[in-house]
Ligand binder design. Structure first.
Ligand code: KIV
Length: 283
């Protein structure tokens, strides 16, 4: 591990793109990056080791996404993920992060009932998980929940377009094309006090026009290069999860294949008596 992660002055060794400094990235840094035209980078993490690796690579933000329901828990969607599970994963990620801004997803039914429920549960993510910021899905319909949370000074990232918690109503993970509705949603999220908004799975030109219409940064996933930043599910971009292969994912590594190869080699060597060798034991 120490060969991979090379900390400098207690922080990550890679150039900190959004802030221009080796200190932890803050919510105002996200807004400043938008004004400067610096592209923001975000990836998901669900545990200490992955968070530490991504943080050392200089990523600006880490999302503890409820996508963990699929890529970690093996469920068909994210709907069954609980608030207690999100708190558990947030604690692990927080221990691995020194610089990236950590944002934590509010899972399905942890905020939909009322602004009071949303605020109480965002408060639990902050107090019990250590979350610096939360994310919740929905535009106009979630605006009053975002307002309640931001009024308590908990930073909120919005999420419009394809909102995975709506997968059953949408009938699948589909591209969202109703530009008027998407713009109305994004503007509602901004007006309610969100500091950034994820735009998921919409046509590039629509995402570009929404980005132009907003003052807060847009973080795209399947929304083209016109957004202020990008996010991917780390398991997708590393080739660790192949149940779904969305068109918008670029696979940067084949870690899944390497794991299978390594485990195959290990099994063979143990069976053939090659491992452990003399240097792996004690005299
Ligand atoms: O849960 C998640 O990982 C997300 C990203 C797809 C943005 O919400």
């Amino acid at each position: 591990m120490s060969a991979i992660i090379k900390p400098t002055n207690g922080h990550s060794g890679s150039p900190p793109a959004a802030t221009g400094a080796s200190r932890p990235v803050t919510v105002p840094d996200f807004l400043a990056a938008r004004s400067r035209g610096t592209r923001l980078t975000m990836l998901t993490a669900y545990d200490f080791s992955m968070a530490r690796l991504l943080d050392s690579a200089g990523v600006d933000g880490i999302l503890v996404g409820d996508s963990l329901g699929m890529v970690v828990q093996g469920q068909a969607d994210s709907l069954a993920v609980t608030l207690d599970e999100m708190i558990y994963h947030t604690r692990m990620v927080m221990r691995g992060c020194r610089r990236a801004l950590v944002v934590v997803d509010m899972p399905f039914m942890s905020f939909q009932i009322s602004p009071q429920q949303a605020l109480e549960n965002a408060g639990r993510l902050v107090k019990e998980g250590g979350a610096p910021a939360v994310k919740l899905e929905g535009g106009v319909r979630s605006a009053e929940m975002i307002r309640a949370i931001t009024t308590a000074d908990i930073p909120v990232m919005g999420h419009v377009g394809l909102t995975p918690q709506s997968v059953r109503r949408l009938g699948g993970f589909r591209v969202q094309r109703d530009e008027a509705k998407l713009l109305e949603d994004a503007l509602a999220v901004e007006k309610a006090g969100a500091f950034a908004v994820v735009l998921e799975c919409l046509p590039n030109d629509v995402a570009q026009r929404i980005t132009n219409a907003l003052k807060i940064p847009t973080i795209g996933i399947g929304a083209g290069a016109g957004c202020d930043g990008q996010i991917l599910v780390t398991y997708d971009m590393l080739g660790l999860y192949d149940e779904l292969r969305p068109r918008f994912v670029k696979q940067y590594a084949e870690v899944g294949r390497q794991i299978v190869q390594a485990a195959t080699d290990y099994c063979r060597e143990v069976r053939e008596g090659q491992f452990p060798a003399a240097e792996h034991g004690f005299r």
